[in-house]
Design a protein around this ligand. Structure first.
Ligand SMILES: *Cc1c(COP(=O)(O)O)cnc(C)c1O
Length: 360
């Protein structure tokens, strides 16, 4: 069986070129006679891999020198705790709750201090991004927390919130490297890599240096201090070696594709094909407010659960995988990350048109 079009929200599609390269290097990486999986993380060969990965990421995102790049384990979910443990000096954080991942981070922060919900879109099942231009942010809040792209419900902040001078912390798991961003607007940018970059099990944290201190909450485990990882170049302990290697290959692929501006253009083109169809379809419809639509995760429904199930089943048989919506929301969701080729989106829309005709 050949490759399918994989619309999984994560772990998700990777560039075929990267997979082929990794396959070719599996038994003998660059003349070392071993796989990257078998290599000491203290070896010169491995140091070159991690250094190059970091340098390429810095170049892609234009990361200033006063930000550290950390490759950590524990996924994005561990950051829900690591952020308050390291950043809650006043034990207070302002949270904008726009979906399930934002809610989980909010609930986790409550374990460590006072987490204040300053805005939410729960009233309309997270189908929009609230106006965040003038929020009531506590004077003594240590930071403002957002989940920038809502993987499950398919919304995206098109404009960052007005934090009233507070540090912005952003979970970018599902929009990482999908378009250029201004790193200087953030204190912390982090994301699990399994959505838009690489294999599951790793998170990349981009953090401004002044936020990395010894002054953490009492009881913070060594492994959960940003400082220990920053001081040791993400190698305090054995890092997720193979993940870093694959991510590094994806960074090179992105550079070859023309960088993040080119990716944005391509992602807009891809999303437009799908959204334009949803807007004209009599059977399918998108579920979020148009102005807040994500370029990465596109949820849609027919309005009939049985017909949704039939669609997912027939799509799978036709080579379109993982279109079932998140288990908590139902319907369908097409995740069209960087590595999803435009042909895949066009083929999906052609299939949806055919399904619509057959089920009119
Ligand atoms: C998937 C996801 C997470 C959780 O990632 P894990 O690596 O499984 O912990 C957190 N935030 C967002 C926005 C996600 O999409």
């Amino acid at each position: 069986m050949g490759r399918v079009y994989n619309f999984s929200a994560g772990p998700a599609v990777l560039p075929e070129e990267v997979l082929k390269e990794a396959a070719a290097e599996m038994l003998d990486y660059n003349g070392t006679g071993m796989s990257v999986m078998e290599m000491s993380h203290r070896s010169a060969a491995y140091q070159a891999i991690i250094d190059e990965a970091e340098a390429d990421l810095r170049e892609l995102m234009n990361i200033p020198d006063n930000y550290k790049v950390l490759f950590l384990q524990g996924g994005a979910s561990l950051q829900f705790a690591m952020i308050p443990m390291n950043l809650m000096k006043n034990k207070k954080a302002a949270h904008i709750v726009t979906g399930q991942w934002a809610k989980k981070a909010y609930q986790e922060a409550k374990i460590y201090g006072e987490a204040v919900e300053v805005a939410s879109s729960a009233d309309k099942t997270f189908s929009y991004i609230p106006d965040c231009s003038d929020l009531d942010i506590p004077e003594d809040a240590d930071y403002v927390y957002i989940c920038e792209n809502n993987t499950i419900y398919g919304t995206k902040f098109k404009e960052l919130p007005n934090t009233k001078g507070k540090t912005l912390v952003s979970d970018v798991s599902s929009c990482f490297l999908s378009e250029p961003i201004d790193v200087t607007k953030y204190g912390v940018i982090y994301g699990g890599v399994q959505k838009n970059i690489g294999p599951a099990g790793m998170v990349i944290v981009i953090i401004r240096e002044d936020l990395i201190t010894e002054d953490v909450l009492p009881g913070t485990p060594t492994m959960m201090k940003y400082k220990i990882h920053a001081d040791n170049g993400s190698m305090y302990n054995t890092p997720p070696c193979y993940n870093i290697y694959i991510c590094g290959k994806v960074f090179k692929w992105l550079k070859k594709m023309g960088g993040l501006s080119a990716m944005k253009e391509l992602n807009e083109k891809k999303a437009k094909i799908l959204y334009d169809f949803l807007d004209e379809s009599k059977l399918f419809k998108g579920t979020v407010e148009k102005k807040d639509r994500s370029l990465m995760n596109v949820p849609f429904v027919t309005g009939d659960a049985d017909l949704d199930a039939k669609f997912v089943k027939e799509a799978k048989a036709a080579g379109f995988e993982n279109l079932k919506g998140h288990r908590t929301v139902g319907g369908m969701r097409a995740s069209i990350y960087n590595a999803m080729p435009i042909e895949g989106v066009q083929a999906l829309v052609d299939f949806m048109k055919k399904f619509e005709e057959e089920n009119a």
